[in-house]
Design a protein around this ligand. Structure first.
Ligand SMILES: O=C(O)CCC(=O)C(=O)O
Ligand SMILES: [Fe+2]
Length: 330
């Protein structure tokens, strides 16, 4: 058996045992390859078995985010699973309801199918080609806690690769911990966040890089840096394969409520922004001609008390490999 067959067989076995990440990799792989009949028969096989509700919910997720034509409308399937007491389905329904409440939608509105209307942005600074905006009350606190609790377990000290040895080493530019939220781990909550963040901050989620979770304890910081890349690097064949230049940064503050210090500061503009939990901060890294913008220099100042949690999204000018995995048939 060659390596590819072995990988595929392992995925199938793990998916059959109910491992959701293996299942997502397997199905997203089939969707990306246009093999919809494999997806169809996998769903049919598993709907009868012990993982019946998991499979119904997963089919609903495919319908909601990937254009899959399921047996029922995704919102009906989601409600059905929640009604049967499926824990994850209940969480997702409650997430939609909390989000609808945050948007001021009345209790009579169907939170699952209500159209998303982006909350307003507030200008923090607009100077020297840089526009910094804040969007307060973007995401409900249950989502923030969910991300902290789930992805938080994958936090590791931030490292950069030593060009001489290839070893991962601590680097003084970024003293914090970080974790990446890979596409096969996003699940319903992560995909909903991708969708709503893209609509709100006005970018195509397929141009995004993987979400990074950043965590800072007192004394930790992210020293002044640019998110954009040197133009030659961004537009080299390797850079273009990654989506080209990083044009936009969007940060979602996850809490916790009580941290002090840790503002996101723009030293060339002389401003620092303290973004409350659930709010977005958005700024451009390039000018109107797509060139790196000097005024976009920014830093995460040292935290002085409590813990700072942040989810960061770097957006490229073109589709990224992450974007292709995020939305295999979109
Ligand atoms: O921690 C911060 O406030 C800044 C984070 C940041 O600059 C980034 O993720 O690119
Ligand atoms: Fe940054």
């Amino acid at each position: 058996m060659n390596e590819q067959d072995h990988y595929q067989r392992t995925l199938m076995q793990d998916a059959d045992r109910g491992n959701p990440i293996a299942r997502n990799l397997l199905i997203h792989g089939w969707l990306g390859a246009g093999n919809t009949s494999a997806v169809d028969s996998w769903l049919k096989d598993h709907k009868g078995g012990a993982q019946h509700l998991d499979t119904v919910l997963f089919e609903a997720e495919l319908s909601c985010f990937h254009g899959w034509v399921g047996e029922a409308h995704w919102s009906e399937s989601l409600r059905h699973c929640a009604g049967k007491g499926h824990k994850q389905a209940r969480f997702i329904v409650s997430l939609y309801e909390k989000w609808a409440k945050l948007q001021g939608l009345g209790a009579t509105t169907d939170a699952l199918t209500a159209t998303w209307s982006s909350p307003p942005w507030r200008e923090v600074a607009a100077q020297d080609g840089l526009a910094v905006y804040q969007c307060l009350d973007f995401a409900p606190h249950t989502l923030l806690a969910f991300i902290r609790n789930s992805l938080g377990r994958a936090l590791r000290p931030s490292a950069v690769v030593d060009p001489d040895t290839g070893a991962a080493v601590r680097h003084p530019v970024r003293i914090n911990s970080a974790a990446q939220w890979f596409p096969e781990q996003l699940g319903w909550a992560g995909k909903l966040l991708e969708q709503r963040m893209g609509l709100t901050a006005n970018y195509d989620p397929r141009c995004g890089e993987v979400f990074s979770l950043l965590h800072y304890t007192p004394g930790e910081r992210y020293k002044a840096h640019y998110d954009c890349l040197p133009s030659e690097q961004a537009h080299s064949p390797q850079g273009m394969a990654q989506g080209g230049q990083r044009t936009l940064t969007v940060l979602l503050t996850l809490g916790d409520q009580g941290f002090e210090g840790g503002a996101t500061a723009f030293p060339r503009l002389g401003i620092d922004v303290h973004t409350p939990p659930g709010a977005l901060l958005r700024f451009n890294n390039t000018d109107d001609n797509g060139q790196p913008l000097r005024s976009s220099l920014h830093e995460g100042q040292p935290v002085t008390r409590g813990e700072k949690w942040l989810l960061s999204k770097w957006v490229r000018e073109q589709h990224t490999p992450y974007g292709a995995e995020l939305n295999p048939i979109g």
